[in-house]
Design a protein around this ligand. Structure first.
Ligand code: GDP
Ligand code: IMO
Ligand code: MG
Length: 427
């Protein structure tokens, strides 16, 4: 019963899409367990480039069943347009399964996301504006709409009315916006019902049965450890649990079934949206990382904030996820620097701190303590094995491994499926 979890070890955009796609050929199911179309995964297959937001990256592997678990929030209009976009490019999407317990991102959740951000002004989170936070808030407040509700019109009507009761008061009286009509929302949602019905299933049962039959299941996280609602840099986080425990609650598969937890780790650090980021660079090096790494958001088109590798964060990701392996990505982007600084600890109010502080105020004051490693200038994109890498690149990887607390089992040297050095097998 090999169940693997693959998740982001930093603030997202570590290359999870590529890593999942790479494994997709050898696994039976790829399951998204949290988040929604706030995710943006770029997957490069041959000369084709795909941008996925909601669908699991396993959708590009013909033998693999892609699954949207109960922990995911689903915008049906985005789902349908992503499916038709893939179908037009010849990708078979018919095997997709969607949990009937997944929550629906309704049009009013998207509106509330946008007006809340505007209202927060300087204190805004910098969300993707896709309705993610308000949909999870409705779920926790027990006024959410689930996929299964699309198939009972009278329940749907009652639930939408209940959800809009308070929201319309807020929208009209606080935010100065027009009220949203429950009837219109119901009509729109019912319009999607038939189009997605064939995908809706009891995914918990299917996945547990599959594991009992020794099938290989890969759980694919959206976002990253530091964007986790519990373990991230709250409040500058997303509203779900990308960390490993989320794979269980977000799919209905118990923790005893999980054998490997793989953290995807970029060879430097990026972040989108607001919030603390100790190693952020505001100089020419930051600009160069952005340019060479192509660090622009897949979902919102925003420039990503860039900085040096932060080993304190990597160690933290190992701890809160119980990581068994790292997949180090984008090592090729660092080619050409004479020296590469790596953050090994923080200085907080004059004291050296080795572990991520739990106090938000301390984290905001954290100054990176750098060690500098020698760089390399040789092109590494063609490297197929560890020994193909220049000595200094090998030493950079070894140093990161030592600081981060789990073995680096694969290294990305380019965006393509085959631009990967596999050191230990994940299966
Ligand atoms: P995700 O959200 O974690 O799936 O990551 P994104 O797709 O948002 O961002 C990662 C970007 O890096 C994508 O454009 C990938 O094609 C690209 N990428 C992934 N791995 C590598 C790598 O090893 N080297 C290079 N140069 N690009 C990579
Ligand atoms: P992938 O899966 C990077 C960030 C947003 C914002 C915060 C909250 O591609 O790694 P939300 O819309 O989720 O309520 O926004 O989280 N964020 C991401 N940053 N990559 C992502 O996904 C992200 N998904 C959300 O920028 O700071
Ligand atoms: Mg991304």
């Amino acid at each position: 019963m090999p169940a693997l979890v693959l998740l982001g070890a930093q603030w997202g955009d570590e290359g999870k899409g590529k890593a999942t796609d790479l494994l997709g050929g050898s696994v039976d199911y790829v399951v998204r367990y949290q988040g929604g179309n706030n995710a943006g995964h770029t997957v490069v297959v041959g000369d084709q480039k795909y941008a996925l937001h909601l669908l699991p990256s396993g959708i590009l592997s013909p033998g693999c069943v892609p699954v949207i678990g109960n922990g995911v929030v689903v915008d049906p209009s985005v789902l349908l347009s992503e499916l038709s976009g893939l179908n037009e490019r010849g990708v078979d999407t018919s095997k997709l399964l969607i949990s009937g317990n997944a929550h629906i991102i309704t049009p009013y959740n998207v509106t509330v996301d946008k007006v809340t951000e505007r209202f927060l002004g300087k204190r805004k989170i910098g969300t993707t504006g896709r309705g993610i936070g308000p949909t999870y808030a409705d779920k926790i407040n027990r006024v959410g709409i689930r996929v299964q509700d699309l198939y009972d019109e009278s329940i749907l009507q009652q639930k939408v009315e209940a959800a809009l009761d308070v929201k319309n008061q807020l929208l009209t009286k606080l935010y100065n916006r027009r009220a949203i009509s429950a009837d219109q929302v119901v009509e729109e949602l019912l319009g999607y019902a038939a189009q997605i019905e064939s995908y809706v299933a009891d995914t918990t049962l299917i996945l547990n049965d599959a594991l009992d039959q020794d099938k290989v299941v890969l759980f694919e996280g959206g976002q990253g450890t530091l964007l986790d609602i519990d373990h991230g840099t709250y409040p500058f986080v997303t509203s779900s649990n990308p960390t490993a425990g989320g794979a269980c609650t977000g799919t209905g598969v118990g923790p005893t079934k999980i054998s490997r937890v793989i953290g995807i780790l970029k060879a430097y650090t990026t972040r989108v949206g607001a919030g603390p980021f100790p190693t952020e660079l505001f100089d020419a090096d930051g600009e160069a990382l952005r340019r060479i790494g192509g660090e622009r958001g897949v979902t919102t088109g925003r420039d990503r904030r860039c900085g040096w590798f932060d080993a304190v964060i990597a160690r933290y990701a190992t701890r809160v996820n119980g990581l068994t392996d790292f997949f180090l990505t984008k090592l090729d982007v660092l080619t050409g620097w004479e020296e590469i600084p790596v953050c090994v600890a923080y200085e907080i109010d004059g004291k050296r701190v080795e572990e991520l502080p739990y106090s938000q105020s301390d984290f905001h004051h954290a100054k990176p303590v750098y060690e500098t490693l020698p760089g390399w200038s040789e092109d590494i994109t063609g490297a197929k094995s560890f020994s193909d890498l220049p000595k200094n690149a090998q030493n950079y990887v070894k140093a990161l491994e030592e600081m981060s607390g789990a073995p680096i089992s694969a290294i990305g040297v380019g965006p393509g499926r085959d631009e990967t050095i596999q050191i230990n097998s994940f299966l």
